[in-house]
Ligand binder design. Structure first.
Ligand code: ADP
Length: 436
């Protein structure tokens, strides 16, 4: 896969010291030849000296004249593209960058490029250090056509990532006042974009799957009701009940999807309305009382009498506490008890926080699931979640709402010892009149 090694030496990048050496060799050879001719008596020493001066002038004067016309760097014998100024430009580029000569040899590279491809060496062919076939092909084409090229490749070491290489031919001055095309290689890490793209595709696939399941059930029952169960009043009653549950599930899913997208859209805008969260929690707990009774769970609230004010969005906070308390009632029902409490605490970074804790005494959650619980559509037990009317989006929504409020979610659980979900909000500094 490697590109052919160039058969000729790279053009016009030999330093001035090489040229001086060549001139010195010519003069030495001339001096030797003239000495021999003088020794043989074919030329007088004075004439030989005159000839030598002419040869020396022929060898050195054009060189001096050209030097006078070129830059100060050139006078010191440095090719324009090898100057410290060009090196500084490459070094200052934020992404990994490598400047190659037309033959593909490295002229300059920055620290980021050296970290990306530690085998890259100045004055050596880049193709031996950059072994990806995509890079080598793009480089070969760019060199052959002097046109820009792009290549995407998958890097496995030191970490797994997707990189984009952009090769831009750049005209640079040569030693003798002309221009040549060098190749500027810049590397861009596309991994975050790629991950977002994968997440988006997964999300669409999951959402369609979640919607298709109740939809298939609905159309199945419609067919049955139009066919064999047409005149069966008992079956009709039962099927309509199931259809209602499926339609409710679809509506809930769409509702959750819309809420999630709304919260995400406003993620960068922190809510600035001051709200008292105590009545909000009470309202949610009271609203879930029928579910608690149905599941035979006692909800105990341990909330202060005085207002607890945070900067928040009332609707989002209602949604957040509803999800946490409802989950405790659904998945922790076997414990028969749910505690909702509010306290003040200080975060690990020393920030004062308001913490709302929802604790149940149900089966708890195995540790391997804890880090993934807030992912969209992630469930410990899909069947159980569906049976409870879950969408798999509740905790994801909770996390996004907390992010927008610059808060965080703590999850603690041990199998058979229940689960505790704690929503932490930053405390506001100045006491203020709250909206409840
Ligand atoms: P769902 O709509 O399925 O309830 P969530 O995002 O709210 O989705 O929760 C994700 C999963 O986390 C649930 O399916 C359930 O498996 C688990 N879970 C959430 N809360 C609890 C809890 N209090 N006890 C045990 N498991 C829980």
């Amino acid at each position: 896969m490697a590109i052919d090694a160039p058969t000729s030496s790279p053009p016009s990048f030999s330093p001035w010291s090489d040229r001086l050496r060549h001139s010195a060799i010519i003069l030495l050879a001339a001096a030797l030849a003239l000495s021999v001719v003088v020794a043989l008596g074919e030329l007088s020493p004075i004439r030989a000296a005159a000839v030598f001066i002419c040869i020396a002038a022929a060898a050195l004067v054009p060189w001096r004249l050209h030097n006078a016309a070129t830059s100060r760097e050139d006078v010191r014998g440095v090719n324009p593209v090898e100057t410290a100024a060009v090196a500084a430009v490459v070094a200052g580029m934020p992404d990994p960058a490598v400047l190659l000569d037309r033959a593909g040899r490295v002229i300059h590279l920055n620290v980021a490029a050296a970290q990306l491809a530690p085998a890259l060496r100045r004055h050596e062919l880049a193709q031996f250090a950059l072994r990806s076939p995509e890079i080598i092909n793009a480089l070969r084409e760019a060199i052959a056509t002097s046109e820009p090229r792009r290549a995407m490749y998958h890097d496995h070491a030191p970490v797994d990532r997707w990189m984009e290489l952009i090769i831009s031919p750049v005209p640079v001055p040569t030693l003798f006042g002309g221009t040549d095309k060098c190749m500027l290689l810049t590397f861009h890490d596309q991994t975050p974009l790629r991950r977002v793209e994968e997440m988006r595709a997964d999300f669409v696939a999951n959402a369609s799957h979640e919607l298709r399941t109740p939809l298939a059930a609905l159309s199945g029952f419609i067919d049955t009701l139009q066919g064999q169960a047409k005149d069966d009043a008992k079956a009709r009653e039962r099927f309509l009940g199931i259809m209602h549950a499926q339609a409710t599930r679809m509506a809930r899913l769409i509702d959750d999807l819309l809420s999630l997208s709304r919260v995400e859209l406003s993620a960068h805008v922190r809510p600035d309305t001051q709200v008292d969260i105590v009545p909000i929690i009470r309202q949610v707990a009271d609203g879930l009382e029928p579910l608690a009774r149905e599941r035979q769970v006692v909800v105990e609230t341990d909330l202060p009498e005085a207002p607890v004010v945070i900067a928040g969005d009332r609707e989002e906070l209602l949604r957040l506490f509803e999800n946490l308390i409802e989950n405790a009632l659904k998945y922790g029902a076997s414990g028969g008890r749910v505690i909702v409490s509010l306290s003040s605490a200080v975060s690990g970074e020393g920030t004062p926080e308001v913490r709302v804790m929802v604790r149940d005494f149900g089966p708890g959650i195995a540790p391997e699931h804890l880090p993934r619980l807030t992912e969209r559509f992630y469930r410990v037990d899909v069947g159980d979640s569906r049976a409870q009317g879950g969408t798999g989006l509740g905790l994801s929504l909770v996390k996004h709402i907390l992010n927008r409020h610059r808060g965080r979610l703590l999850i603690e659980s041990l199998p058979r010892h229940g689960a505790t979900f704690t929503a932490c909000f930053p405390q506001i500094r100045t006491p203020a009149v709250a909206q409840s």
